[in-house]
Ligand binder design. Sequence first.
Ligand code: CA
Length: 437
Amino acid sequence: MQQGRRVAATSAAIALGTVVSAVLTASTPVPAQQQEPPNPVAATTASAAPPEQPIVVVTDGQRRLRVVPLARGLSHPWGMTLLPGGRSLLVTERPGRLRIVRDGVLDPTPIAGVPAVNPTFIGGLNDVAIHPSFAENQFVYLTYSKDGPRGVTLALARAKFDGKALTDVRDIFVAEAWEVPGAQSGGGGTFGGRMLFGPDGLLYVTVGDRDVKVLTDDPSVRSRAQSLRSHTGKVLRLRDDGSVPPDNPFVGRADALPEIFTYGHRNPYGLAFHPQIGALWECEFGPMGGDELNVLVAGRNYGWPLVSLGKNYSGLPVSEDPWWRPGIEMPAYAWNPSANPTNILFYTGSSFAGWRNSLFVSGLGSKQIQRLTLNRQGAIVGRPEVLLAQLGLRFRDIRQSADGSLYVLTEGRPSGNDDVDGSVLRIEPAPAASEKP
Ligand SMILES: [Ca+2]
């Protein structure tokens, strides 16, 4: 996995180099009296450190953004959720800590009560979500890599959060996605772990393909994404107590696990509901190439590994049918070069003029946020607008606050449980160039 990721990161970096130079050279010169103070972006381009002070950056669509660091010194921040009122947010650190930022200040003490996680390689604590009725029931949900007699799998815990600590912590769902981490993969395969409550009040959870043979051409593990008897490579649909909604697509079938909503996914890390059409969108990593956006329909097969535009890390194509086979859904959008999409978000605010209903994508190896435009039919049109590529940071998550700001999580390096190069950044519209930032 390490090796494969390095290869993927290199090709993404080459593609990104073009984007970055375009961003840096495309600006129209402005009269001297309108020029800003020296742009602090230049100082952060080469390092992987998040900014220490608010800075202004320009997108490749010439939009000026203000980037405000809210928390630094985090270790691989993975998921976040804003608490009601919008003044506090919870953020996970992959090695196994849950942190809280109140009024823009990170509490130095992690929140007590997080379950024990297996932080091997890219395992650990994943996402955090709150119940739609959090103000009444204080329910917080965590996904994490759980140790057990059959190796490691993805688990979903629910707890009560009183503003200080987690209590009544218990697993409400443990995925049938066990694998024993192998030396071949340098780790334990991918876990997924993204969570999203839908407008139906149900909890959607992603599970990765757990491919401990990812560096080989051997498809025996990844093929479990096609098996309805496994939670590997699936998007699941659960009630708020972890039980099965009776209208799930495979309920009542003896040959299928009833939590499954869709199947045939590789490394699904992002979920978002379209604000008007209501459809659930999902993003996933391919191997080398093959990153996809999918529009999920209950019970459908999204192909992995029978259909993929990607190549195995050996260089051989994953499939002779890169686009389609009968019975398999095509992606709504495929990235070339890779975006490494970690989460997606339909923007519903009004802070950024013209951006409502755009789809934002946080990118890991691509080290950028992309804004995709949809037409009235819900199809993606035109080229992505690239945001924040100047920072040189890997983006793990993107969320929107009630006031219309965007929040992103960043990390410098891919793995390492002692790293402290992660941050929470808030993105706001920047004042015009003639004003002070
Ligand atoms: Ca697919």
